[in-house]
Design a protein around this ligand. Structure first.
Ligand SMILES: Nc1nc2c(c(=O)[nH]1)N[C@@H](CN(C=O)c1ccc(C(=O)N[C@@H](CCC(=O)O)C(=O)O)cc1)CN2
Length: 304
């Protein structure tokens, strides 16, 4: 995918449309499960008052219910002791009516995120953060639960690049939620993967070599147009709230107006990766209710 014309504008990869297709597929499978007396159920645990987390959790619960699944919501105060949260997780682990468990991140500072995620039964870990699930993915296995945003990034990429094998992928940001699992998935697809992070010497130079650039740095406008190889596909995972004279706006980690003139295809923010994160959570919850890991998502008809 290469275009040198000065009037060139990248194709927009529509995450909302792709998410709608996936949600439709999940809703269909939920109906089939319900005919067998099983209603997939997701327990959502939110600790504290982080305003963005409240919005994400509300959106997740709405999405769960819209596809006919059951949601069970737990809202705990910020001062909840870790031991109390672990007790709740333990009771959800043994509750046969609960198929998936999600603890919204970030957690308050006094709670050890790894201890909590590792307390969730791996088969119910719809976030794919448990060390057993992360370990499976790290050795190239996709039979565990795989983190939702990473799965969403791969689906969006496949929409514009049906064969990823041999492509040079550069990931900016190495979080366990996004950067690392996305790198593993792209490696599984046959990409040559470079992971960059805060200590990387020249991130811009790495980015300029990328056929696929995945940006999950949490830094508004970090990636400028001249970081992008003409014809690259850019997946912007960043969600940053910036104040402007006319109010707050959500922007990504990529300077969109510059990138759109260089890339072959790009995800917008909002409306790109974010909606896919929620749709893939529904898919993972369905898989948990079916007693299997995330696995390969079926190739759906084009959303647009
Ligand atoms: N337990 C988890 N915690 C967190 C995760 C996660 O996958 N599991 N990811 C992020 C937040 N997140 C989901 O929880 C999330 C973030 C953003 C969106 C989204 O749809 N964004 C919209 C814009 C939203 C806005 O306007 O504020 C978009 O991009 O279009 C969905 C999910 C951290 N925590």
């Amino acid at each position: 995918m290469h275009n040198n014309s000065s009037s060139h504008r990248a194709t927009l990869i529509d995450g909302r449309a792709e998410a709608a297709v996936l949600k439709g597929l999940v809703a269909h499978e939920v109906t089939r499960l319900q005919a067998r007396g099983i209603t997939p159920s997701l327990a959502v645990v939110l600790v504290g008052e982080d305003p963005a987390s409240h919005i994400y959790v509300r959106n997740k619960i709405r999405a769960v219910e819209a596809v006919g699944m059951r949601s069970i919501s737990y809202r705990l105060p910020a001062h909840t002791p870790q031991a109390e949260l672990l007790e709740l997780v333990s009771s959800l682990n043994t509750d046969a009516a609960v198929h998936g468990i999600l603890v919204q991140l970030p957690l308050p500072a006094h709670i050890d995120r790894d201890v909590v995620t590792d307390a969730i039964t791996p088969a119910k870990d719809v976030d794919g953060f448990h060390i057993d699930n992360a370990g499976k993915l790290a050795v190239g296995r996709e039979d565990g639960m795989i983190p939702c945003t990473a799965v969403g990034c791969r689906l969006l990429l496949r929409r514009v690049l049906p064969d990823l094998a041999g492509l040079h992928a550069v990931i900016i940001g190495c979080s366990n939620i996004v950067g690392r699992p996305t790198a593993r998935l792209l490696l599984n697809e046959g990409c040559t993967v470079v992971m960059t992070h805060l200590q990387s010497r020249d991130v811009a130079a790495e980015a300029r070599r990328a056929d696929i650039l995945v940006v999950a740095a949490g830094h508004a406008g970090l990636v400028r147009g001249d970081w992008i190889k003409p014809g690259a596909v850019v997946i912007d995972v960043g969600i940053n709230r910036v104040e402007q004279h006319d109010g707050a706006r959500i922007v990504g980690d990529v300077e969109f107006d510059e990138a759109v003139l260089k890339a072959a295809a790009i995800t917008p923010v909002p409306g790109g990766v974010g909606p896919m994160t929620i749709a893939c959570l529904l898919w993972n919850t369905l898989c948990a209710a079916q007693g299997r890991g995330t696995g390969q998502l079926p190739r759906t008809e084009s959303a647009g």
